[in-house]
Design a protein around this ligand. Structure first.
Ligand code: ADP
Ligand code: MG
Length: 609
């Protein structure tokens, strides 16, 4: 007899379970999405390992990478079985007893602060605390797991405080993989209904890239009260799986069923059968013409483990020397830590010939596109090499270049939308990323110029002004694009620096983002029109009649004043001159042609350079 060992859940796990149970009570159904997503991850892992060592997959049915769901109405159990990597005894203790992610405390704080269950379920997916969500519907959980590295172990838990682990006395019946058996609570019995589960699989997991089969009854469900309370599991002979010749596959199915409680018998003529309930053909392999908006949205939700629709997507296939398929999505809500260079943001998933490789490939997109979600599936990359070697592959550079081009195209499409608010909405969220793009794409002038066209700024005439809009509104004879940078539109609007420009009827662009100071040196001209900073000395308006004689005269006349001021201010200023940019204000501080502007100084101070 194997001795069962008892373990206490890590304190964070307890907290987490309480949060999940209290905040997600109305979204209990997500447990299924989380468990299927874990099964799919485990299958991805074994498939990846098997690329370099095919024998790891095992023989016969073990090599079938799939997910199976069985409902046992009589005993009130749901079983979810996968043939993924499985877990060793130590992994069971670690993975299902502690929380590895360092962000968990932050997560716990966030959820405690937010009372919105929709938001909480989004957070739960993102923070990877999915497994514990099964306690939303189950009061008794049995996880049986077999890894290639260890014998088969059983993990059980009935409470929020502890779990126990025992070596399976039945031996290694699973071959390889994990079986999760949940006893369903009385308030969650609706999940014992096969149609409910089927529709949930369709809703949440239709794009899982492995077949998900359900052991379903083709018999119309008899009314509940007809089910005898003391219904006994039926004899094998009475379950009509298939009377005729049984194939290998069906033999295996039976052996799987042996291990689980027997399907309930209502009438002896019940016929159960495995039925594939998801559409496991990868979405990106299908033709874009045949895919509905709804399907793209649902696929995105599967990828992002969230409930929100994306802001936009692009699905494309490239041909020629690099062949790959891709669906990229712009999330509707940008990641919170988008501009924290240290933050890890789950990004694009890389597949090679339909096999999932990694979702943390460095440099798959430039850092200004870190927010992109989606998949890339390459036919050209080698399958049987490590991720590290793959990282060096020259094809990745081509993929990256193509992704940038496709992204820019997608944004151009958004900007061409007749409904201007569509692009404005995108721009409010990702405008700074485009600016970073301009700064980072210095070596690719084509990309850089296309990005510059997409930039928008507030101006004295419009809240969202592109350079194109500005140029189209230019005054007769105007050759320069006037701008000023500063802390906010409000402070700039009342700046003496823009008085003359406005008085003369020139539109002034307000650059109010800190990043604009880094952007400005990248854009010296647009369409051969020079960008002129009104905060620098020497601004010459096109309509000002140059009268050098008069200028000299005025400078001479006021020399005593400028000399006096120069003396008073001493080293605080470089020089004092008669201004041509003021209208009503008596004086203003400007920067010379090459110096650091006051705004840049403010930003550098704030960032403590
Ligand atoms: P996440 O999936 O984000 O890592 P979960 O709470 O959903 O977080 O799962 C915790 C861990 O338990 C997983 O990372 C994985 O190591 C392990 N695990 C869960 N389910 C399975 C499974 N079906 N097969 C193998 N390992 C699993
Ligand atoms: Mg998970």
């Amino acid at each position: 007899e194997e001795q069962s060992e008892k373990f206490k859940f890590q304190a964070e796990v307890n907290k987490l379970m309480n949060i999940i149970i209290n905040s997600l009570y109305s979204k209990k159904e997500i447990f299924l999405r989380e468990l299927i997503s874990n099964a799919s991850d485990a299958l991805d892992k074994i498939r990846f390992l098997a690329l370099t060592n095919p024998s790891l997959l095992g023989e016969g049915d073990q090599a079938n990478l799939d997910i199976r769901i069985m409902i046992d109405k009589v005993n009130k159990y749901i079983h979810i079985i996968d043939r993924g990597v499985g877990m060793t005894k130590d992994e069971l203790v670690k993975n299902l007893g502690t929380i590895a992610q360092s962000g968990t405390k932050e997560f716990i704080k966030k959820v405690t602060e937010s009372n919105d269950p929709k938001n909480s379920s989004n957070l739960i997916g993102q923070f990877g605390v999915g497994f514990y969500s099964l306690f939303l519907v189950a009061d008794n959980v049995i996880v049986t797991s077999k890894s290639n590295e260890d014998d088969q172990y059983i993990w059980t838990s009935t409470s929020e405080n502890e779990f126990s682990i025992v070596k399976d006395p039945k031996g290694n019946t699973l071959g390889r993989g994990t079986k999760i058996s949940m006893h369903i609570k009385d308030d969650s019995l609706e999940f014992l209904n096969q149609d409910t589960i089927k529709s949930l699989v369709k809703k949440y997991s239709q794009f899982i890239n492995f077949p998900i089969s359900m052991y379903v009854s083709h018999q119309e469900d008899a009314p509940e009260e007809e089910t005898p309370i003391d219904a006994k599991p039926v004899d094998e002979t009475e379950v009509k799986v298939e009377e005729e010749e049984t194939t290998d596959e069906q033999e295996e199915e039976k052996s799987l069923i042996d291990d689980a409680p027997k399907p309930a018998e209502k009438k002896k003529i019940d016929v159960f059968d495995w039925e594939i309930v998801n559409d496991h053909k990868p979405l990106w392999v299908r033709s874009p013409k045949e895919i509905t908006e709804e399907e793209y949205n649902e696929f995105y939700k599967t990828l992002s483990k969230g409930t929100e629709n994306p802001l936009a997507h692009s699905h494309f296939v490239t041909e020629g020397d690099t062949e790959f398929r891709s669906i990229i999505y712009i999330p509707n809500t940008p990641p919170a830590n988008l501009f924290d260079p240290e933050a890890i943001i789950d990004g694009l998933k890389l597949f090679v010939r339909r096999v999932f490789i990694t979702d943390s490939m460095k440099d798959l997109v430039p850092s200004w596109l870190r927010f992109l979600q989606g998949i890339i599936d390459s036919d050209d990359l080698p399958l049987n090499v490590s991720r590290e070697i793959l990282q060096q592959h020259k094809i990745l550079k081509k993929i990256k270049d193509t992704l940038v081009k496709k992204f820019i195209k997608l944004v151009q499409d958004l900007s061409n939308n007749e409904d201007k608010t569509v692009y404005q909405n995108f721009y409010k969220k990702y405008g700074n990323n485009l600016k970073f793009g301009v700064i980072e794409e210095t070596s690719n002038t084509h990309n850089k110029n296309r990005l510059i066209k997409l930039l928008m700024f507030p101006s004295s005439k419009d809240e969202f002004t592109t350079f194109e809009n500005y140029v189209s509104r230019m005054k007769e004879g105007q050759e320069q694009i006037y701008f000023i940078s500063g802390k906010s539109k409000e402070t700039l609007k009342s700046s003496p620096l823009i008085e003359q420009a406005l008085k003369r009827g020139y539109e002034v662009i307000y650059m109010v983002d800190p990043i604009d100071e880094y952007l400005i040196p990248q854009i010296t001209t647009y369409n051969n029109k020079k960008l002129t900073n009104l905060a620098r000395e020497g601004v010459k308006f096109e309509d000002a009649v140059a009268d050098e004689e008069q200028e000299k005269q005025v400078a001479e006349e006021y020399k005593p004043l400028t000399d006096f001021l120069q003396k008073q201010l001493g080293k605080k200023v470089e020089k004092v001159v008669i201004s041509k940019i003021l209208a009503d204000s008596p004086c203003v501080l400007v920067t010379n042609q090459w110096g650091v502007t006051a705004n840049m100084e403010r930003i550098m101070k704030a960032q403590s350079f």
